[in-house]
Design a protein around this ligand. Structure first.
Ligand code: GDP
Length: 319
């Protein structure tokens, strides 16, 4: 499998599950991940990159498995002191986690590329699968609500995804430059897997960076997405509500609608098997299988099946 090249497009929690599945599979050496930087935000003067850190902590087995984010064995002395000083502390940042943010911020100030900082943090946690950034520039998802625009973290963490989403903007995306590493990786891919991540704010934010979506469309890779929705609901997070407010269907059909310009196949859960004929009617290959991942074995098994399915279908298309 040495000449096989797989790219995973990943957000945070759903992205990290797929990343762990590939890392635990026979395809780990073939895999590169492209992560989402548009959830990034500054808190207490520090640059926080939640989706990238979720990938690094998960792959480095440092994640708090119950929450799906943050470090395990975490303490909150710094945050408690900031609260006592009257600072806003709705963004839960633990002491160990803060070291990551201090390090990232210091290197950014020195002018080190965000991609290289990510690589150094990944090395620190023993992460073997390369994590690439779609851009080194600042792109930040903004959410329009009835009371105005919110940053993504204000909407997601402070407001618990409660306000109705009236629109999304990827601030800075139009002038962002895609990294050559991400573009080359996409161009050289045999299989591109879209993780079961939020199609609007995780994957949508990666695709919004000029050149990325075009590179996928032109790559010749077999592109397969795992639906983040099971029975029309997300496991966690606002993807269903966001799809609805974007006028898309809140099921696998809506996921297809987000990726229709480049998708070859969609992986849907057993409970959604009645969607398969509609998707096949759109020219997609459909893999129907259990898609909820809890244990490492669930993740490894699903991602192994996804790659095997993609390779078999790709072979058929070539033949
Ligand atoms: P975030 O940036 O932390 O919100 O993470 P992502 O965008 O990567 O992932 C959020 C999405 O992951 C949600 O829409 C969930 O429904 C989906 N998700 C989480 N766990 C699973 C799982 O085990 N299976 C599937 N199919 N989707 C999942």
């Amino acid at each position: 499998m040495s000449d096989l090249t797989i790219t995973l497009l990943a957000g945070g929690v759903g992205g990290a599950k797929a990343a762990e599945g590939l890392a635990a599979s026979a395809y780990s050496d073939a895999t590169h991940i492209i992560g989402n930087i548009a959830d990034d935000e500054e808190f207490h003067g520090l640059w926080i990159s939640p989706d990238i850190d979720t990938l690094i902590y998960s792959l480095g087995d440092q994640i708090d498995r119950e929450r799906g984010w943050g470090r395990k064995n975490e303490s909150y002395q710094v945050l408690n002191e900031l609260k006592a000083l009257g600072q806003e502390t709705w963004m839960t940042l633990g002491d160990l986690d803060l070291a990551t943010h201090i390090y990232r911020t210091e290197l950014r100030k020195q002018g080190v590329r965000a991609s290289h900082i990510t690589q150094r943090l990944a090395n620190r946690h023993g992460v073997q699968v390369p994590i690439l950034l779609p851009t080194d520039d600042v792109v930040q998802t903004q959410v329009r609500t009835a009371s105005g625009w919110l940053s993504f973290q204000e909407y997601f963490v402070r407001e618990h995804c409660e306000p109705k989403v009236l629109g999304i903007d990827y601030k800075g995306a139009k002038i962002a430059r895609a990294t050559s590493e991400a573009l080359n990786q996409i161009a050289n891919s045999d299989v591109i897997i879209v993780a079961p991540s939020n199609p609007i704010v995780s994957i949508g934010a990666i695709l919004a960076i000029p050149g990325i979506q075009e590179a996928i469309e032109k790559s010749g890779a077999y592109v397969i997405a795992i639906s983040p929705l099971i029975a029309g609901k997300t496991i966690k997070g606002p993807a269903d509500k966001m799809l609805e407010s974007m006028g898309k269907s809140t099921d696998s059909k809506g996921v297809y609608q987000c990726y229709s310009s480049f998708l070859n196949a969609l992986v849907i859960d057993d409970v959604d098997r009645s969607d398969a004929p509609w998707l096949e009617g759109k020219g997609l290959d459909v893999l129907v299988t259990p898609t909820f991942m809890s244990s490492t074995e669930d993740k490894r098994a699903l991602l192994t099946d996804v790659v095997a399915f993609a390779l078999a279908q790709r072979q058929q298309r070539v033949a």
